[in-house]
Ligand binder design. Sequence first.
Ligand SMILES: NC(=O)c1ccc[n+]([C@@H]2O[C@H](COP(=O)([O-])OP(=O)(O)OC[C@H]3O[C@@H](n4cnc5c(N)ncnc54)[C@H](O)[C@@H]3O)[C@@H](O)[C@H]2O)c1
Length: 246
Amino acid sequence: MSKKVALVTGGANGIGKSTAMQLASEGVHVVITDINNEAGAALVSEIENTGGSAEYHHMNVADQEEVSKVAASIKHTHQRIDYAVNNAGIGGVMAPSHEIKKADWDRVIDVNMSGVLYCMQEELKMMMEHGGSIVNIASIAGQVGFPYCIPYSATKHAVIGMTKTIAMEYARNNIRCNVVCPSFTETDIITDLPDKILEFSKNYRVPMRRHGKPSEIAEAIVWLLSDKASYMNGHVMNVDGGYSAG
Ligand SMILES: NC(=O)c1ccc[n+]([C@@H]2O[C@H](COP(=O)([O-])OP(=O)(O)OC[C@H]3O[C@@H](n4cnc5c(N)ncnc54)[C@H](O)[C@@H]3O)[C@@H](O)[C@H]2O)c1
């Protein structure tokens, strides 16, 4: 993977951060984007201090204009991207479905669903001439219902649908598109969830009796991006400690 260029959205923390670090350790130049500028800048230093190469851009994935501007800047500097990880996401409010407010619904749709589309559109334009590999991050909640999280579950189902559609449309351009579905993973996104849910999932729901680590999700993402997965396209990969097995 050495000398390739990768874009990681929501790359300043959690699963995105782990992915950026693993890519950098493979010799990939990583373009980290996020809305958390402080964490993004700190990660670039961390990667550079360990001999890797990275840069950071503020990019709110829900802002199509900003996504286009950052993409233009990446194109100007690097002329291409080889890999893209559409990882930025939010959990949104937890509430009974009949009580979800339009603003709360729209916010999750904008970031988790439209954001993935806006980013993929720019990534595809940059990859169409020379090929590339895209990995989107959905969730187990994109395959089964997730009570009290209807915006989140709806957007993650959508990410799986978009992934399969892109996989079919752009294979002829030598672009592969796959999706990784984690179950509960130890990052900031789950810190607001009620302890009752976290304890239940850890102690009863996940056969491995623990939550995932961001690095364990990143391993799957990096593998899917790489040529080692050269015949993987449109695949939905659960990295979930067996959550989806039963
Ligand atoms: N942690 C889990 O349990 C879990 C499970 C399944 C799926 N996921 C998915 O994994 C992805 C990464 O989440 P995480 O667990 O690492 O959480 P995280 O909160 O640690 O990281 C998410 C990152 O996205 C960034 N972000 C948020 N809104 C953004 C926006 N509008 N534009 C750009 N960046 C934005 C945040 O600043 C943060 O750096 C998400 O798509 C999430 O839905 C997480």
